[in-house]
Design a binder for this molecule. Structure first.
Ligand SMILES: NC(=O)C1=CN([C@@H]2O[C@H](COP(=O)(O)OP(=O)(O)OC[C@H]3O[C@@H](n4cnc5c(N)ncnc54)[C@H](OP(=O)(O)O)[C@@H]3O)[C@@H](O)[C@H]2O)C=CC1
Ligand SMILES: O=C(O)CCC(=O)C(=O)O
Ligand SMILES: [Mg+2]
Length: 416
């Protein structure tokens, strides 16, 4: 029984049977509104999704939205110390598919990031972020149509796991002492006033992520999977990610080494075509995506690289205002915008709701509701082609009409 979550009366649970989602025609979908611009983008997303579902299924299907709480709103509904209530986590576990707006990281001690905590506690180990250009979206690059990549970012490990100690604290001193005295470390340049962090990267964590990326390439007829790492410097973490990635491609998918390696290739069992598994060092990759984007398709990378890469790639196709994402485990999927809470725009009905709307499009596809997902995409493309856009696009487009966040949602519905 939930304390502050109201279960919609006429909805039913999405269930998981033998690894398959069983989606009723009246699913209950838990959602977190989100802090900052969450109040603007999330209600707009709900309006747009409801319209797409109505139009696609002529009222035969309906999502029953169930608000669950996290972030600042949770501190109002529960108490001032409760940022991520247990029952929010329980609801995502029970209902399997959910969506969230952005969350502010609480100031002060305790939880480092609510978003990261949600991913870690529910072990949502894949962060999937597709990056694709919509005709007409203003872009700083000459050929944005060549950008069509899907990032698989490892979501539970790396320096992002948050194991770090503040300079001058007893714990930082203790760890530095241990490294110097027990491990023979002699290259901590200034040991006084030195903060210190730990970067866990495991074989299991790497291989479950890379497997998902390769499986995606197989299911979606993609020509390559690129492992992005900084393994030339961080050999036993990022370098190991690369090695374990190639290893699982061979062990689980029968990939064979090409021309002495390390690249390898497998045959897509669904299409008979080759899928190349390759790797690129992370800094070079940030250049490659600008200069030769057509050469990259599916990307598998570590947590921090994936964070950087997803915002950089988003910028090439219109910015984080329109870049969607999902956090996925074997059982649960929580879809979320890639942007943050943009506090200076909060409550102004101004920002682009595209990111969370396209995250909902991913959610509809995950549920098997392809017709509604297609309508949503059609509406988004139509609104952009008609140049009825929010401030972020309007300031870069000639002859565009500036609309508010909610009006942009209405324009999407008009173009479905
Ligand atoms: N998954 C999550 O919930 C995430 C949460 N965060 C959190 O968000 C807070 C703020 O982070 P910050 O670094 O400022 O990053 P934000 O993504 O919140 O904002 C940075 C800039 O991106 C642009 N932007 C963001 N969202 C939109 C949108 N929907 N439409 C149009 N433009 C947009 C704006 O640019 P401009 O000013 O040019 O208009 C904005 O100033 C922090 O507490 C951070 O921890 C950050 C990232 C992800
Ligand atoms: O949780 C945060 O505050 C930032 C997360 C982030 O930037 C991301 O997931 O892309
Ligand atoms: Mg980010």
């Amino acid at each position: 029984m939930y304390k502050n979550i109201t279960i919609p009366q006429n909805g039913n649970e999405i269930k998981l049977e033998n690894g398959n989602l069983i989606v009723p025609h009246n699913p209950i979908i838990p959602y977190i509104e989100g802090d900052g611009i969450g109040v603007d983008v999330t209600p707009t997303m709900i309006t747009v999704v409801n319209a797409a579902v109505d139009k696609a299924y002529n009222q035969d299907r309906k999502i029953h939205w169930m608000e669950v709480y996290a972030g600042e709103k949770a501190t109002q509904v529960y108490d001032s110390e409760t940022w991520l209530p247990d029952e929010t986590l329980a609801a995502f576990k029970q209902y399997k598919v959910g969506i969230k707006g952005p969350l502010t990281t609480p100031v002060g001690g305790g939880m480092r990031s609510l978003n990261v905590a949600l991913r870690q506690v529910l072990d949502l180990f894949v962060c999937q972020r597709p990056v694709q250009w919509f005709t007409g979206v203003p872009s700083p690059v000459k050929k944005p149509q060549e950008v069509d990549m899907v990032i698989f970012r490892e979501n539970s490990e790396d320096i992002y796991a948050g194991i770090e100690y503040k300079a001058g604290t007893e714990k930082a001193e203790k760890l530095i002492d241990f490294l110097i005295n027990e491990m023979g470390v002699n290259n901590i340049r200034f040991r006084e006033n030195c903060g210190i962090g730990i970067k866990p990267v495991s074989k299991e964590g790497t291989q479950r992520l890379v497997k998902k990326a390769i499986q995606y390439a197989i299911d979606n007829d993609r020509e390559s999977v690129t492992l992005v790492h900084k393994g030339n410097i961080m050999k036993y973490t990022e370098g190991a990610f690369k090695e374990w990635g190639y290893e699982i491609a061979k062990e689980a998918f029968g990939a064979v080494t090409l021309d002495g390696g390390p690249w390898c290739k497998l045959i897509n069992p669904k299409t008979g075509k080759d899928i190349i598994i390759k790797d690129v060092i992370a800094d070079a990759m940030l250049q490659q995506i600008l200069l030769r984007p057509a050469e990259y398709s599916v990307i598998a990378t570590l947590n921090l690289n994936g964070d950087y890469l997803s915002d950089a790639l988003a910028a090439q196709v219109g910015g984080i205002g329109i870049a969607p994402g999902a956090n996925i485990s074997e059982e649960i999927a929580i879809f979320e915008a890639t942007h943050g809470t943009a506090p200076k725009y909060a409550g102004l009905n101004k920002v682009n709701p595209g990111s969370v709307i396209l995250s909902a499009e991913m959610m509809l596809r995950h549920m098997g509701w392809y017709e509604a997902a297609d309508l949503l995409l059609k509406g988004m493309s139509g609104a952009i082609k008609a140049k009825t856009v929010t401030y972020d696009f309007e300031r870069l487009m000639d002859g565009a009409t500036l609309v508010t966040c909610s009006e942009f949602g209405d324009c999407i519905v008009d173009h479905m």
